[in-house]
Design a protein around this ligand. Sequence first.
Ligand SMILES: Nc1ncnc2c1ncn2[C@@H]1O[C@H](COP(=O)(O)OP(=O)(O)OP(=O)(O)O)[C@@H](O)[C@H]1O
Length: 801
Amino acid sequence: MNYDYSFDTEEDSSHVPPGTLQNLAAEKEAEKAANCARILTETFGHTEYKGKQKEIVEAATSGLDVFVLAPTGMGKSLCFQIPAIADKFGISIIVSPLLALMKNQVSSLRRKGLPAVSWTSDTPKGERDQIIEDLESGKPQTRLLYTTPEKLCTREMTRLLDIVYVEGELNRLVVDEAHCISEWGHDFREEYRRLGSFRERFHGVPIMALTATATPSVQTDIIRNLKMSEERLFTASHPFNRTNLFYDIKYTAALDSLSRMSAVYDFVMTLHRRRARPSSGIIYCRTRAACDELSAFLRGKGISARPYHRGIRPHMLDKTLSEWEAGGNGDGGVDVVCATIAFGMGIDKSDVRYIIHYDLPKSFEGYYQETGRAGRDGCPSKCVLYYSREDAFRLRKLVSDSHAKRQHVASTIHGPQPSQRSIDSFSALIDYAENATMCRHVSICKYFGEKIDTSDKEVVKSYCDNMCDVCKYPDKTLRRRQNLSSEDRVAALSHSRSFNADAFEDDAENSRPAPRKPPPGQHNPGQAGSVGLRGPNTCPTGPPTKKAKLEALPPALITKPYSSVNTLRKPFKTPFKVPFKQPPQETCAIQSSDAQQTTQEGEEQNHDNDEIEVVEVCFNSARQASRDELLQDDVLEEEPTDFGQGGGDILLDDEPQIDLPDIDIELEAMISKKIPEPARKDVFRTIRQALHRVLRWGDNDEGLWVNLSNAPSNAEARYLLLAEAAKKIEYSVHTMSATESGYNQRAKAKLDVVKLMEHRESLWPIDAAHYDDDEEEAIEMIGLLRNICSGWRKIGKRKAP
Ligand SMILES: Nc1ncnc2c1ncn2[C@@H]1O[C@H](COP(=O)(O)OP(=O)(O)OP(=O)(O)O)[C@@H](O)[C@H]1O
């Protein structure tokens, strides 16, 4: 077994002259090192080690516990793969948080002819039986077994590892993405906590933990939790800095998604032009809908883009991933993926030239992880974060509400209080974005605990050679940040600073004013500790009240749109009339999708609403414009073929029908006639029915309507309102579909989302912040209903004599 290399030589050494023993040990170490170097070149094809890989690999093969803290893309995987293969026999167990990550690594090792397997809940029975048989033999042929923490802690796995351990063939436990162990880590997973028992059960088996995103407190937590040996611990820390990444913050307004989509398009096209060929990129969006919308927009403008999120079927995701891995070089394939964070850890494409954060991430670590997908080949690459205070406020609310709810649950069950970590991490990200005077590279490294003398220009230069917006365009960056909105808004975004008080303290120009103190006894809504980001001792024991939340939100900001919007077509007046058959007076504005006319009427009466309306008009028109181009593309997205046969498929909704009056609504006109009109009408009717059923649900007469504060109260108006919602939902299904079967599939998925709204009351409160991934679309749909309701109220007011 491999331990014969390590430190258990003392007992046998009593009769060996000391000098000889040392020589023997040194020779053995040299032999092992040479073997590892051979594996590096012959098996993995690299000419030399990167960073501290050599030291790590050698520490591991000599039987030490190893803690590796290294930046994204450094090559952490080789740090455990080489020792696993260099061991003469026996198995290394690798615990990893993501199935996709394991799948990638295992298939890449297998392509090299190495005996690696993964055992997860997804493993087919035949494969699982083979793994069990191999482990039961006590002398496994498998050298690397990837698994999840949940699987590792099962009785069956423990039984099998007992067998292997007794035979002396259990070589090492590797915990990849080890920050998941720490309750302070951004991807905390409860099951990781139980990994500490490995050390107790399997004495003497070395442990290696690796992570790219751990602050000093998280590092300590990991080492303590895994019960790593203090005496025999090798720690390898690398600087966090990724010098080849250009960090850029685009200060913008959150509300105008068209401007932002256009800006993204401009950015991508400029890059393509400059490089004279397409480039590979990832655009991170917070919601699935944004991924779909943005990728459709880019595709409509000729960029090879695809969405990637958990709402898409796994085989389509695999296809997107492999096409993206092949793309980005002008030879076809997918150039850019518009993804949620499902597309993160473990994505290892060497030539990703840009990462765009279309929305603000929820944590600093998440931001760093995701930008870390860029430039893994060491070549310059750009990381762009679209930052708006509107978005920051909105997200801050989600983060702090979610924290307050966790606190509430903890107090109810008398459990331990959740840490302040998620709030602090998010606050640090806001500070990072708000700071227009400190080098981005320096800010990132300081966040992760590096001590940097920022007064020394040479030191700063060693971190960043004009590779961020602050260093490259200091005046412009500062001006753009200052243009965002009045400075006192910044105070409202400020935070408790408990995480790392000096992280960004030396903002050279002190451009961020200290939060204003409220007069004694007066509530200051934006301050940490009041409503949004609370300090540890100021948290209430229950979720914040609705009133408090509303107070905390500042009015929305309207900042300048991007110039490229002006190049889009002028407001579009649809040639298609969209009349309802019997429009009651209250509803004639909402029924019309001729937004231009609505706006003109609005302009005469109410200026306050104009901006909002104008944005909507521009959006509709440009959407139409982009759609025109979009539809020239014959196949937008390859559709799964195993689903649905024709237009009638959606009628499978066998719920009891409600007697609704006919509304002769003309669906949003599409130039493409791929989906027959009758099929579209079926979908519209089915969704309309479902919406009515859902909203009637509940103990009281009002059903779920009580949650829509601006909803009209009369039945006729409600019929029209839900017809409008059904029309919009059908439209979104249609826009995304190129074939009838794809259309049916999406329609069914939307219907499921509508149904989901029914039994999940927790999704309905206006401040619903705690929801699972599969409920995200339901939350968005409820948002759509709210929007239609508030448009209703606005238009109703305008129409009043
Ligand atoms: N010694 C080396 N020389 C050249 N390239 C290397 C070397 N070691 C690893 N690499 C390459 O670096 C890339 C990143 O490796 P890996 O995925 O292991 O990084 P990581 O540190 O785990 O990153 P992350 O934390 O972002 O997932 C891979 O494409 C790998 O082939």
